[in-house]
Write a protein that binds this ligand. Structure first.
Ligand SMILES: [Zn+2]
Length: 75
């Protein structure tokens, strides 16, 4: 079994950080495709193509959705 972790990267500070998780491959594919093409998803916790990032130094950066990383969990 696997989960699909959404990953963002801040343009300002360069930090990679996690967003929401999808527990099915179909949900991961659909929400990633929606974000990619700017379609507002009805799915809870669906990633947006951009998010605001509060950087470590207190700055506000713009973070881009990088994709969903498949993470295999032990059975
Ligand atoms: Zn940042």
């Amino acid at each position: 079994m696997a989960i699909y972790q959404s990953i963002f990267k801040c343009r300002l500070c360069g930090e990679l950080f996690n967003g929401g998780v999808a527990s099915s491959e179909l949900n991961a594919l659909e929400t990633t495709t929606d974000a990619c093409f700017g379609i507002k998803s009805e799915v809870f916790n669906a990633p947006q193509i951009k998010e605001v990032h509060l950087c470590v130094d207190g700055s506000y950066g713009v973070a881009d959705f990088q994709g969903r990383k498949k993470i295999n969990s032990p059975k």
